[in-house]
Design a protein. Sequence first.
Length: 313
Amino acid sequence: MWRLARPLWRGARGGGASGAGAPRGPLTVAAVSAAPSGSPGGWYEWLAQSAPVHWAEDGLVALQAAAGLPWWAAIVCGGALLRTAVTLPLAAHQSRLLAKLENLQPEIKQLAERLRYEVSVRGKQLGWSEKVARFHFKKNLRRIITELYVRDNCHPFKATLLVWVQIPMWVCVSLALRNCSIGAVDSEVQEQFSAGGVLWFPDLTAPDSTWILPVALGLVNLLIVEIFSSQKLEVSRFQKLATNFFRVVSVVMIPVAATVPSSMALYWLSSSFVGLSHNLLLRSPAFRRLWCIPRTKSESDTPYRDIVSALSA
């Protein structure tokens, strides 16, 4: 527990480490368009031929060979496996950190009020102007918040780990599928892709001319954005702008997905669908206790009923 008897104010020689705030927003899919096989080299081709992309290619080929699945099923299973084995634990870790940060807010508010009083008293003793007093208040408040983050091991920057892992992984797998589709890996793999689809997209190397996969992708991503935004009781102006931005990105992804090989669009859709499932799972109080996520004031005992009410409002 924080020792309230300890003075909160420090003078000019006191520590002044600044705390950081973690932006909260739904996790979205970055647009990766497939360049034609004959296009000149550049950063895109350099990235497509990088070692992580080749590792993803080898992993996809090994998974398909070991499971004996058609390519469309191997792509779906591969996306679900990566999401479950890699990003779900990271998402649970992120939720744990965000819950700790939320539970810290009442203590931060209490300490800020006490600090404001101490700075006011000290300012009168030394004849500080209002500007100088505000400077010392903000500097010491940042120090206090940083110490609380260290004490509870919940620095907001740690909550961004999911983004730093998920987006590069998504890009590498997308480019690996693009290479398989255009024959950059092996002509035999490209032939398998050309006959490895199902239903209305039998050719995984060609875009989905029906736009079913792209439109489904856009709808799933929009649903993720709306579910994420529905849990916010008090929304700041920045959060409103971020939510609208991700809505636009979700819509823009529809024509992008309609121009890339169906293998990429299928992976994007399956990855987003599994991500949606994980988002819903992380709302379950039982699942949150299983992953040692602290209970917060904003947590609901009926999360799914709340989501339906918010979406239908």
